[in-house]
Design a protein around this ligand. Structure first.
Ligand SMILES: NC(=O)c1ccc[n+]([C@@H]2O[C@H](COP(=O)([O-])OP(=O)(O)OC[C@H]3O[C@@H](n4cnc5c(N)ncnc54)[C@H](O)[C@@H]3O)[C@@H](O)[C@H]2O)c1
Ligand SMILES: O=C(O)C1=N[C@H](C(=O)O)CCC1
Length: 269
């Protein structure tokens, strides 16, 4: 029997990294062959299983992406924008599928990822869960069906450690709503109101971000009309949903031709 596909986890000590190390190392469909952390991190050099407080997994944490990816078919990356952009070129060099969950990317970062995708298979989504990707489709449909008399507001809630806003998911939902309306999100997004803002502009899509405690992730898309509201909601209670989506994406991407893909491609939605 041929060997199972080898997967590297970038940002292994992070909230998502730990989830992914556990999921991949226990998966019957994949092998954990590498774990990466940033240079200077105290996990570097330790066995990743032991660093997580469990049994040794025979995988040392490395700060050298090319060395870690030498035996890998894919790298799963939930880290930070600068780390992700830098890894994209190295993953292309190593011919490893690059699954990107990192959010908070700028337009410039996305342009650089698109350049890397000329030579590499990149699968990126601001949310890797099945439920949110379904919600994105529903949002597009509802936005198509309701005219501008319905004000669209996207409200997201996350844990107190989250560093970017609006969330990647909120932006996916905003893009879908704008697409449903046949407009460009950049032209209609209201991101952060404060002070005497004036009345709401018809057709705009509003974003609000709440941060606190240990909330995994909650998203509401509100279509507020006169006398009625339609509210689409997703509530995540376990980060494992994102990790499962990312592993599915990695396995789907292996052997696929270079290009930029997302979870809609992976899930066939
Ligand atoms: N797409 C999704 O489904 C989804 C789900 C959850 C989180 N996220 C996103 O994933 C990212 C990480 O989230 P988190 O909660 O795990 O954050 P976290 O801060 O807990 O973890 C990030 C990890 O990346 C590491 N890191 C930073 N720079 C690095 C480098 N150069 N090389 C290797 N590792 C490096 C950090 O040391 C840290 O361990 C965020 O952008 C978050 O929004 C996306
Ligand atoms: O915990 C996070 O950070 C999350 N980030 C993603 C986002 O920005 O939408 C997905 C939900 C969790």
């Amino acid at each position: 029997m041929s060997e199972l596909p080898g997967i590297v986890v970038n940002g292994a000590s992070g909230r998502m990294g730990r989830m992914l190390v556990k999921l991949v190392s226990e998966s019957p469909a994949a092998r954990l062959v590498g774990a990466l952390e940033r240079p200077g991190h105290d996990w570097v050099g330790q066995d990743v299983g032991e660093a997580m407080g469990g049994a040794a997994l025979g995988v040392p944490v490395s700060d050298d992406p090319l060395e870690a990816m030498a035996k890998a078919q894919a790298v799963i990356d939930f880290t930070a924008p600068a780390a992700t952009v830098a890894l994209a070129d190295l993953a292309a060099q190593a011919r490893a599928v690059h699954v990107i969950g990192t959010t908070g990317l700028t337009d410039d970062d996305i342009t650089r990822l698109a350049a890397a995708a000329r030579h590499a298979t990149i699968i990126r989504a601001g949310n890797m869960s099945l439920g949110v990707n379904l919600l994105v489709q529903l949002t597009r449909k509802v936005a198509e069906a309701l005219d501008e008399a319905f004000d669209i507001e996207i409200v997201e809630t996350h844990h107190k450690h989250k560093v970017d806003a609006p969330s990647g998911t909120a932006l996916m939902l905003g893009e879908a709503a704008a697409e449903g309306r046949g407009v460009e999100l950049d032209r209609v997004a209201d991101r952060g109101r404060d002070g005497i803002t004036g009345a709401r502009t018809e057709g705009h899509i509003g974003f609000s971000a709440i941060r606190g405690g240990d909330v995994v992730g909650e998203h509401d898309v509100i279509f507020a009309g006169t006398g009625e509201r339609v509210i689409l909601r997703h509530v995540a209670t376990d980060r494992a949903i994102f990790a499962r989506g990312a592993l599915k994406a990695a396995l789907w991407g292996i052997g696929r031709k270079p290009g930029s893909y997302d979870m809609m491609d992976v899930l066939g939605l």
